[in-house]
Design a protein around this ligand. Sequence first.
Ligand code: BGC
Ligand code: BGC
Length: 835
Amino acid sequence: MTTTLRNPVLALAVALAFPAAGAFAQAAAPLADWPRIASPIAKDAALEKRVAEIVSKMTLAQKVGQMTQPEIKTATPEDVKRYYLGSVLNGGGSWPNGNKHAKAAEWLALAQRYHEASLSTDMAIKVPVIWGTDAVHGHNNVFGATLFPHNIGLGAARNPKLLEEIGAATAKATRASGIAWVFGPTLAVVRDDRWGRTYESYSENPDVVKSYAGAYVRGMQGMLKDDANTVATAKHFIGDGGTENGKDRGVNKSTKSQMINIHGVGYYPALAAGVQTVMSSFNSWNDVSTGTDYGKMHGSRAMLTDVLKTKMGFDGFVVTDWNGIGEVPGCRNDSCAQAINAGNDMIMVPDDWKAFIANTIKQVESGEIPMSRIDDAVTRIIRVKLRAGLFDKSPAQNAYAGKDEAMQPRELARRAVRESLVLIKNDKPVLPIARGKKILVVGKTADDLSNQTGGWSITWQGTANVNADFPNGDTILAGIREAAGSNNVSFSLDAKGVDVSKFDVVVAVIGERPYAEGDGDIGPNGTLRHSGRHPEDLAVLQAVAGKGKPVVTVFVSGRPLYVNDLLNLSDVFVAAWLPGTEGKGVSDLLVAGPKRYEFTGKLPFSWPKSACQTELNVGDKNYAPLFAYGHGLKTTTLSKVGKLDATYPAGGCGISNTFPVFSQADRASFPLTIRSGEQQLVLGADLNSTFSLPGVTVQTSQVNTQQDAKLVTWSGPATIEARGARAMVLPAAAGKDAALRFDTIVSNAPAGKVTMAMGGGTLDATGLFKNLAGKGKQVVRIPLSCFQAKGTDLAKVEAPFSVTSNAAFAAAFANIEIAGGAASEAGAVKCEELK
Ligand code: BGC
Ligand code: BGC
């Protein structure tokens, strides 16, 4: 090793030494290769000896059990004991005893039972279990916990010190519930804001992610010596924020230099702060510039072993993502020698863990997985458990165990909210609003903690929550009422029938509704235009604007969106991101209180000027955003945004000729409805609900990935259809040779007659579905010409997907779309088969 500054280890050490105390790291010269990182939690000879001793006394079943992480819904403490399970996780929206309102003590009791079970096995040396959870904006699965702004809002703060404090507070909250491992921070550098996980990213600018990653890990893990420390996870390795079209689990086509210098930069400071676990990512990496296809990251030995462990020197363990192994070609959720050989150590197999254990043991016995790989994985897991003190103290012995107060860092969160707000338009001097002024508050998000907290909040997608699910939170409306005085504030959800002239100022709180992975993606045919998905927000602003009273809009969203129509109706516009439970952090900046606060937030993501302006990132050639990365006004500076062009392309951005009807990403465009006789029911967004009418029941199921499908079970005459508010606009070119395409698993053949209808034409699909029964997943393509031959008018398709059965029949449907060209794909249905 040389000692010049060209040495990447030293260069990095120097770079890391500087961003101390709130300073913001300067962009460093690009790295040519993956750097070697020295962890402050260095190898300790005595500890390593102890690990070796434990591993040497373990049987194969004990080792494979140690590598297995089921979900708490599927594995009891008794299972932990019997199968030597090394870990459990609670997925998003999974709570002890299925109790959404479980308090710290109930979580702790279950954690303690798992722990005790792991110490009562027949292993020569017992190894405590470790429980992992997605505490990604505070301890967000837990009732009563304080939820911080999602990462995108923290990115606006440009304050590494704040991140360190939030890491520490989240670790303490997690310990209160008996849990010692957090699946965060997310270090994605999101480059296409259509990705539904954009809000989990601090910034499109790698420098921000770099300046936060180490600070957060330091806050959360410390040196793992304190009761307030938990094990952290850097995720998702690697390239999750760079997939094509922002598609969840998609393909990242970066060059090696982009992977190292954009998507990888969060990992170096995280490792340098001692992060003990890294989560593999769902995405693939195909470096098209050199023709190097690394494939799915879960199966990539090159990345997990050669880069992360060998080159970068990571000595903690790699955990897979939720059924991530099942996405590696040739693998299943319960079997994937390739993923283990690639370097994954702990396998997240929420459901199929028993089969996984049996299959993995066989793969070791047959030599498909070398014993040395298993020993390495188990060594890494036990090393981290020893470092984290899990052998020394039970969950109940932690100083914060069972303490609900330890989960409520409310003042810190309120400050974080203040620092996260970005004033993007300030054309009139309205803020702060003086106490005593009459304020009209409008909009669906003013009094809605579910919209305010977003995805990963008590539930996975953040849906199906009401204000009472956040007993220690304040809505933005509650904050305004307190700051301005209740009798000065009136609230109307939609402003209908309200006389605006009676007020001094209007505050509209609007924005996106909660979503998380998959569901939150804006598909390739969607646009960035917010009002297309949320016409209610445009309507409420139209109801209050132009009435001679200033309008302040607070826009609550997981990403920047095309909102020129909304900006035109607002004098002042605040990007509030997803602030979490502390609505008073918002009102602190809106209403003048005894203490005067000013906006300090700066845009962490570039704000688009038009409906199809994506990708849009600082540093782009021809960079022309509406509001640039870093933009952020003070109330004392007036802007001159004026009137903006609010037009948008009618048929979407025209990126492809596929028109989504129903998929995880496009649920909103053609909502699913069931009909039975005169009755009709629109299926809500709640993935856990069962929807029923006489003759038909619909439940969420899986055809490709988790919860991507609807299983429809008929017992009598009824219809399921995807019906939009407006007819589908199909450009002529797409209609030619287009087909209705969908994925299906037919579990029960039709006992009667099944028809499919579209725009006036009806086809007999009884034979089609009979043939598909019992064959597992099938892709169906029905040429639109078959419908047209039966009278379908393609200009009048309000329900592009409609299936009616008059008797028992069961099938799951997913990925429903009108696909240009699909009529000539292999396997397309012939019209004769539909008579
Ligand atoms: C997400 C991860 C998360 C895991 C466990 C996955 O689907 O991608 O970020 O940690 O689930 O809930
Ligand atoms: C779980 C999440 C998980 C997701 C993965 C959900 O059912 O609750 O925690 O991330 O599945 O698709």
